[in-house]
Design a protein around this ligand. Structure first.
Ligand code: SF4
Ligand code: SF4
Length: 449
């Protein structure tokens, strides 16, 4: 077992405090580990009555949150209680897919009475904060709102574990899946390359590969194997370069728009399956599609601001293989430029009566995406990384880039502070993930062992 993982399993006796504070989280550089990277110090300044742990993990092929709950329930529950104390919550809820009944049973047997488990349907996108909060509480966060608007705060499982650890965030859990010899979940030093993580999963099983970072639905294509792992990298998906998902993610926007303009028949499937539309939000992607042919009116334009970019319309709903999600993404800056916001009454928002029956089951999504042959359990394995070099990006979180506090030639140890946000700005501190000598670049700090 890696030294880092060992700390998690020995009960945190060696130094963790059993309480935390936003100031402490700022010192440790804790950010949302589920992908958003929102600084935990800013998020947990709020006061709410319920903390929801997001273990929905609905991106196909990813397993790190399920694996963390299975192996490290003790630090997870400690982090949950520390967070509840921090925000003044009387109730903690763990939202996890009902199919993981063994993990649910194990958690329920050790969780304190203030923390309960809510089993979630195995659908996409159950892990979207708005959907999760609705599934757990029945409340709808208003368009453009936050979980705190309905008296909750949502946190990823790994973030809660990082809070319990009470030490600088230097490592990241992630699943490596797809066309690799051993699809696994790993604990890696922040700043290693995705190529090193793929090698630890036995390497690619095909020669010509495409790589998606973060999952397949909300993925970013990786242009090279040298891209560094950040505090928000939850998954690395390797696929044959010829796979339709790689082709779609790499399709030039101009071509996507041209085909969309000529081929959209306004069938509305994109809207009727849109999870935010079904929640009662104003987003209607089929109306955004009209903008490819006509100037977009204010109503459909403002509505695009409430698209969560889950990609369900593009990857699942549209029978013509068009890209309504990207049309929404393109319209958002225009809506912001024009200062458009939702003007309706949040109290009038009610979920669509068919919402429950339009949920997209994961098995259907996986089949539609052509990922059936890559389905896996993503078991957490012990793998000790001894990288000769790591590259820590100065911006790997929501907010602005951190400013280096080290200079070229400095010698650092794991956990030493490398960079911090400029005074008064949203951001997160960056710490050394290996021992070594520093080189400072414009957008990163590298450490050579
Ligand atoms: S589902 Fe496709 S074809 Fe139908 S309205 Fe939406 S973008 Fe157009
Ligand atoms: S990506 Fe599509 S389905 Fe998802 S929220 Fe946006 S418009 Fe709706």
């Amino acid at each position: 077992m890696t030294e880092y993982a060992e700390t998690l399993s020995v009960g945190l006796a060696g130094g963790a405090h059993h309480h935390s504070s936003p100031e402490r989280l700022e010192e440790l550089g804790v950010v949302g580990a589920g992908g958003g990277g929102f600084p935990a110090a800013a998020k947990f300044k709020t006061k709410v009555s319920m903390v929801i742990a997001n273990a929905a993990e609905c991106e196909p092929l990813l397993h790190k949150d399920k694996e963390l709950l299975q192996h490290f329930s003790e630090p997870f529950l400690l982090g949950m209680q520390m967070t509840m104390e921090m925000v003044g919550a009387s109730e903690g809820v763990v939202g996890i897919k009902e199919k993981y009944h063994d993990i649910i049973g194990a958690l329920e047997s050790v969780a304190p009475s203030r923390i309960r488990v809510v089993p979630l349907p195995d659908c996409y996108p159950a892990g979207d904060e708005f959907i999760l909060v609705h599934l757990v509480t029945g409340r709808v966060i208003p368009p453009g709102g936050l979980p705190k608007d309905v008296d909750t705060v949502v946190s990823n499982v790994e973030t809660l574990i990082n809070i319990a650890l009470d030490r600088p965030v230097t490592h990241k859990y992630l699943t490596v899946a797809g066309a690799v010899a051993n699809p696994v979940t790993l604990c890696v030093p922040v700043g290693i390359t995705i190529g090193e993580a793929i090698e630890a999963a036995g390497g690619a099983t095909v020669d010509d590969i495409g790589i998606l970072i973060g999952g397949v639905m909300m993925a970013k294509p990786a242009p090279s194997l040298d891209i560094p792992v950040t505090k928000t990298t939850g998954g690395i998906i390797v696929l044959p370069a010829s796979h339709s998902l790689i082709q779609r993610h790499n399709a030039p926007l101009i071509q996507v728009n041209r085909i969309g303009r000529s081929a959209c028949d306004q069938c509305r499937f994109c809207t009727e399956f849109c999870p935010r539309f079904l929640l009662g939000h104003p987003i209607q992607p089929h109306r955004a599609m009209q903008s490819l042919g006509f100037a977009m009116g204010a109503d459909p334009m403002v509505a695009t601001l409430y698209c969560c970019e889950c990609n369900l319309c593009t990857m699942y709903a549209c029978p013509e293989d068009l890209d309504p999600k990207n049309v929404c993404v393109q319209a958002k800056p225009l809506a912001r430029e024009r200062g458009l916001v939702f003007k309706g009454d949040p109290a009038s928002i009610t979920p669509h009566p068919m919402a429950e029956f339009r949920r997209v089951p994961m098995r259907r999504l996986i089949a539609k995406l052509g990922l059936g042959e890559f389905n896996n359990a993503g078991p957490l394995i012990d793998h000790t990384f001894s990288p000769r070099k790591v590259n820590l990006l100065l911006k790997q979180h929501a907010g602005g880039p951190a400013a280096p506090v080290v200079k070229c030639g400095d010698r650092v140890r794991v956990g030493d502070l490398l960079a911090m946000p400029p005074q008064g700005q949203l951001g997160a501190r960056i710490h050394a993930s290996i021992d070594g000598v520093v080189t400072v670049h414009s957008d990163s700090v590298t450490i050579e062992a």
